[in-house]
Write a protein that binds this ligand. Structure first.
Ligand SMILES: Nc1ncnc2c1ncn2[C@@H]1O[C@H](COP(=O)(O)OP(=O)(O)OP(=O)(O)O)[C@@H](O)[C@H]1O
Ligand SMILES: [Mg+2]
Length: 442
């Protein structure tokens, strides 16, 4: 009996018949197939060609757009800065300069300040607006006499109301020539890169044709000079008290500490003095005027050899005699300001009796003399301080104005010495808010 059909499973279907079938059908339509094949190949080639053409076209278009935008980027980013009024500059210089800003078109000129410090200082935050002359003319009521708040070596300072409602101090440069242009650039370069609550903020600038203006945050209490040394032209009958003076001393020390030790390379202010210390509504101090500032070198104590610039009475002796500038030159100037806060005297006063003309020479021997130190204090401060505090402040001033630069302290040391004095004085009168630096350049 043949069990085969039942017992053994049916053999698995052989793939061959299918192939055979396929082959059969292929064979069956052979002539047709070869026709379709060449048709398909033709179609595939055509579609491939179309795709390639589209891709290549797209790439060419992209490259074209890129090149075009790159060509304009130097100008358009500056253009947009100019129009939108933002300092959106790259760290590396995007605009070449021939050293003479006035030869640029207004658009290009708006970014002539992108170069010098770009590689040296790192930017954490940028702010600032580019104003047209017209805008600032409008803000100051046509630069009217009634808006004038000061007059310095740079030019006239006006109070202005900006279109967004902010009040600003607007400096109109009157210095012609290279030096004025250099100061202007330096100020814009440095202040647009360094942001600290201890520095007067640069809101923007104007480099419209030959006009050069700087727009600063407005400091309602004016300069320390005005408070310490009022003049007949600029009277002020309310003397600053001891606690406020200490606070100002600490604010200034922190400003210089920021420049010298929190900035790489260090920035040397070079014109640190009472008229460049401005006071806000709480009489908290901020440092201004960076037109003469110098970027320190990374080599040998950050020393740079430069032309001697500064204000008589504030310039460190070694800088005055050799032109070698270091952060210690600022420390000396700081010591002079501390002496002014302590004594109420100006750095150089030819109207005083012989031996008292130069504040540092007169003060130095008294600063470290426990008996004489009280005699030198501003009479307006009598009864407001303890002898211990006075001796401490006098010791700080004495070490800052040392003739030998190496003996002068770092600003960090000055800050550390002043902080406990401020803490002791906090309860003396209503506390003003403490400040935090908003951005640090490392
Ligand atoms: N941001 C500001 N807010 C309020 N007042 C200001 C501001 N900037 C300057 N001033 C006022 O304008 C005056 C003149 O300032 P400016 O810096 O032009 O000259 P200076 O500091 O007196 O002298 P120098 O040119 O030697 O620096 C200051 O003393 C101050 O009273
Ligand atoms: Mg000034």
């Amino acid at each position: 009996m043949e069990a085969y059909p039942m017992a053994s499973p049916p053999p698995p279907p052989h793939p061959l018949p299918l192939i055979q079938h396929f082959n059969h059908s292929e064979a069956h339509h052979d002539g047709n197939q070869s026709f379709l094949s060449s048709n398909s190949v033709f179609l595939i080639v055509i579609s491939l060609l179309v795709v390639v053409i589209i891709v290549v076209g797209f790439l060419v278009l992209m490259i074209f757009c890129r090149v075009k935008s790159r060509k304009h980027s130097n100008i358009s980013s500056c253009n947009s800065s100019f129009r939108k009024g933002s300092f959106d500059r790259s760290l590396t210089p995007v605009c070449s300069t021939n050293g003479n800003g006035s030869s640029y078109s207004p658009e290009v000129r708006s970014c002539i300040y992108g170069g010098k410090l770009g590689c040296q200082l790192q930017v954490k935050q940028r702010r600032g607006q580019v104003f047209t002359y017209k805008e600032l003319e409008l803000a100051t009521n046509g630069f009217s006499e009634s808006n004038v708040i000061g007059n310095g070596g740079f030019g006239v300072v006006f109070r202005g109301n900006l279109s967004d409602g902010a009040v600003a101090a607007i400096k109109l440069l009157h210095k012609e020539g290279k030096q004025g242009e250099r100061d202007f650039r330096t100020e814009v370069d440095i202040l647009s890169r360094l942001h600290s609550s201890y520095l007067v903020g640069l809101l923007g600038y104007c480099a419209d044709q030959h006009h050069r203006l700087l727009v600063f945050e407005y400091m309602p209490n004016g300069s320390l000079q005005h408070h310490l040394h009022p003049s007949a032209k600029n009277p002020n009958n309310k003397s600053l008290d001891w606690r406020t003076r200490l606070r100002i001393a600490l604010d200034c020390a922190q400003a210089l500490e920021f420049l010298h030790e929190h900035t790489a390379p260090a920035v040397i202010h070079r014109d640190f003095k009472c008229s460049n210390i401005l006071l806000d509504h709480n009489c908290r101090a901020k440092v201004s005027d960076f037109g003469m500032a110098k970027i320190g070198s990374d080599k040998i104590n950050g020393q740079v050899l430069t032309r001697v610039l500064g204000t008589t009475g504030y310039v460190a002796p070694e800088y005055a005699s050799t032109g070698k500038l270091t952060t210690k030159s600022d420390v000396y100037s700081y010591g002079v300001v501390l002496l002014e806060l302590l004594t109420g005297r100006v750095p150089v006063d030819p109207t005083r009796p012989p031996g008292e003309h130069v504040l540092v020479s007169w003060a130095l021997p008294r600063l470290t003399n426990r008996e004489k130190v009280e005699e030198m204090v501003d009479p307006a401060l009598s009864g407001q301080f303890s002898k211990k505090e006075l001796i401490q402040v006098a010791a700080i001033a004495a070490v800052c104005v040392q003739a030998e630069a190496d003996y002068r302290p770092l600003m960090t040391d000055v800050v550390q010495s002043l902080v406990p004095l401020i803490k002791n004085n906090v309860g003396a009168s209503p506390a003003t808010p403490s400040r935090v630096e908003v951005s640090v350049v490392s």
